[in-house]
Design a protein around this ligand. Structure first.
Ligand code: GDP
Length: 138
């Protein structure tokens, strides 16, 4: 069993996609072991995306991630890091497979509806960035 951090990004929340995304997570039989609605500050978004601080889109993506409410969740399951990324689809929705969340709903390489950790190391960092152990029902 593995855990991963999932975010329904501000574009997903503002487009009314919380239910749709959660329906897909449940259909995939991922267990939701933590969940909350947050509105990140710019500084919190910069800390979250610190690995991207040298990238040209860093300022833009951290402004976007702090632009409104987002749903952060911890998902648990067998191979959930890779399995959830399959359901999310490629970063660029134009390259995402049919039927993925990003292919269905993203409108922009940046406003791509969902986030998912990409390795066990980033999952551990990202989960602890938003949740303490008493908030994870495991
Ligand atoms: P992810 O793991 O699929 O989310 O992709 P990355 O870790 O590479 O990028 C993090 C986030 O930054 C993406 O989900 C997008 O929201 C944003 N992003 C990635 N590439 C670009 C880009 O070329 N331009 C802009 N504006 N945003 C980007």
């Amino acid at each position: 069993m593995e855990k991963t951090l999932s975010i329904i990004k501000p574009d997903g929340v503002s487009k009314g996609l919380i239910g749709e995304v959660i329906k897909r997570l449940e259909a995939a039989e991922f267990q939701i072991v933590a969940m909350k609605l947050i509105n990140m500050t710019k500084a919190q978004a910069q800390g979250f995306y610190a690995v991207h601080k040298e990238r040209p889109f860093f300022d833009s993506v951290t402004t976007f991630m702090s632009s409104g409410p987002a749903v952060v969740m911890v998902l648990k399951g067998v191979n959930v890091i890779a399995e959830y990324r399959k359901i999310m689809g490629a970063t660029d929705y134009k390259k995402a497979d049919e039927g993925t969340i990003r292919k269905s709903y993203a409108t922009d390489i940046e406003k791509n509806v969902v986030h998912g950790s990409d390795s066990p190391e980033t999952a551990a960092f990202e989960i602890s960035y938003f949740f303490n152990r008493f908030e994870i029902v495991d």
